[in-house]
Design a protein around this ligand. Structure first.
Ligand SMILES: Cc1ncc(COP(=O)(O)O)c(C=O)c1O
Length: 467
């Protein structure tokens, strides 16, 4: 009883009746390990929402508003074009309220987000991310077309839905101001649908008019030129997810914005990693962009200021991308030692521990599981630091077809031992004939095994050097 009386005096979160009640009221964290000049920098942890992002907030409010306005009927279908996070939020709400949900997602989005959405039972349509507004496969045009074809459907359209900015004006803004005890000098935000910038801009204009709205924009997006110089430019491309624009959404009010910083993918991904290393916060790729811009702003100030930015989503959604060195290397974004020879083409160098291998004593089931886990179709066979063979999917298939018990066979019985070894200083031309025979190149000299080069590695190399 005593223990219970003690516990009752503490502040614990109350039991909630629905996952939807866990949306919002996210923590505000002061950063302590970055150079913020004269300023104090705080991050609002939107990654703590149940769907893992800021978009849970608008998902619930946009659906509630559509219900009130009679735009969604019980059992109806919700359609949305989304970079993933809005889809996760809508997935939560649709499941709780019994709606069908169809999401159109551009193909650059992380596989983690897409798997998460699919696991919610959502109908996912993947479309091209290399086309712009007006193209039938552009994700928003595709979603609008679906909505016109499917009966009893409602296109949420976060890019022009007034309830999107209204959510931030009515809820996110007041939360931030209360957490900052009314003292905030700058708010650094990214623009995806622009709900956040418009809603918060309106709220602060009224309730904290000296608070400057600052944009963090991926290099390649049109917004920085528009905000800083009033010039419309052609959009480029960027890898950071969820922010950056190739058009100005109808709900976007850029007049509320004071200044914009263009941040490269490389700087965003580096800052995303630093955030985890220095502060223990695993944020998404856009958290890197927002933090990098916020740090630049802080370092430019000549008087102390209280600056807030967002961790818009959790980095758990990006483990296979920006937290994966092999992926960064494929994008040409990892600062790796360059040798000026074939070693530069190896995606998973042996000496970094990134390479996945088996030994000749492993069995085929272990080999198969390792290939599945790391999404590769061949593995080098290594005994005591030396490559002794190569095993690929077809070796396993031929061994076990009609003989499932052969999954227990040792790799040594199945592997290929006639190896195509090329020294690191060989010309690229020397490995092309191997690829013509559907083989891969093993890069090694008499002492050292450096790694493998596959056809996709060569394509990546040629793409990087073509830019
Ligand atoms: C992952 C992600 N999604 C979306 C947004 C922006 O939200 P909005 O759609 O309100 O512009 C951000 C902003 O930083 C973000 O990082």
């Amino acid at each position: 009883m005593l223990a219970l009386a003690f516990l009752l005096g503490q502040h614990f979160m109350a039991i909630v009746n629905s996952v939807l009640e866990m949306i919002g009221n996210t923590p505000m964290l002061k950063l302590n390990h970055f150079d913020t000049g004269l300023c104090e920098l705080f991050v609002k942890m939107e990654s703590q929402n149940p769907g893992g992002s800021i978009k849970d907030r608008i998902a619930v409010r946009m659906i509630e508003a559509a219900e009130k306005e009679g735009k969604i009927k019980p059992g109806g279908t919700i359609i949305e074009a989304t970079a993933g996070n809005t889809g996760l939020g809508l997935g939560l709400v649709a499941a709780q309220k019994g709606y069908k949900l169809i999401l159109v997602i551009p193909d650059k989005m992380s596989p983690e987000k897409i798997r998460h959405i699919r696991a919610m039972g959502v109908d996912v349509r993947i479309t091209r991310s290399d086309v712009q507004k007006g193209h039938p496969e552009y994700y928003q045009d595709y979603a609008a077309r679906l909505a016109s074809e499917i009966p009893d459907s409602f296109y949420i359209d976060q890019f022009s839905n007034p309830n999107n900015p209204l959510t931030h004006e009515n809820e996110t803004g007041p939360e931030i101001l209360a957490q900052m005890e009314g003292r905030i000098d700058a708010m650094v935000v990214g623009v995806g649908s622009s709900g956040t910038v418009t809603g918060l801009g309106r709220f602060f204009k009224q309730h904290a008019p000296s608070c400057e709205m600052i944009l963090a924009d991926p290099a390649g997006s049109i917004l920085t030129e528009m905000v800083n110089n009033g010039r419309m430019t052609d959009a480029g491309s960027w890898l950071v997810e969820g922010i950056g624009e190739d058009f100005i959404p109808s709900i976007c009010d850029l007049d509320l914005v004071h200044k914009s910083y263009a941040i490269s993918d490389k700087e965003s991904f580096q800052t995303q990693r630093e955030l985890l290393e220095k502060e223990g916060v695993i944020g998404g790729s856009s958290a890197g962009t927002l933090l990098a811009a916020a740090l630049k702003y802080c370092q430019e100030q000549t008087t102390p200021k209280r600056v807030v930015t967002f961790i818009c989503d959790t980095g758990n959604k990006y483990l296979s991308k920006s937290f994966n060195d092999a992926w960064l290397a494929d994008q040409g974004l990892l600062s790796r030692e360059l040798f000026g020879d074939l070693r530069d083409l190896i995606a998973r160098p042996a000496d970094t521990g990134d390479i996945v291998t088996v030994t000749s004593e492993d069995n085929l089931i272990t080999t198969y599981k390792r290939m599945r886990m790391f999404d590769v179709s061949q593995l080098p066979v290594m005994d005591s630091g030396q490559v002794v063979g190569l095993i690929d999917e077809s070796d396993i298939l031929l061994a076990i077809y009609g003989h499932k018990e052969h999954f227990n066979k040792k790799v040594a019985e199945v592997m290929v031992t006639e190896l195509d070894i090329v020294p690191p200083n060989a010309e690229i031309d020397a490995i092309l004939p191997l690829f013509k025979q559907d083989k891969i190149a093993i890069v090694a000299d008499s002492e050292t095994f450096y790694g493998l080069i596959t056809q996709i590695d060569l394509i990546n190399h040629l793409r990087k050097t073509a830019i």
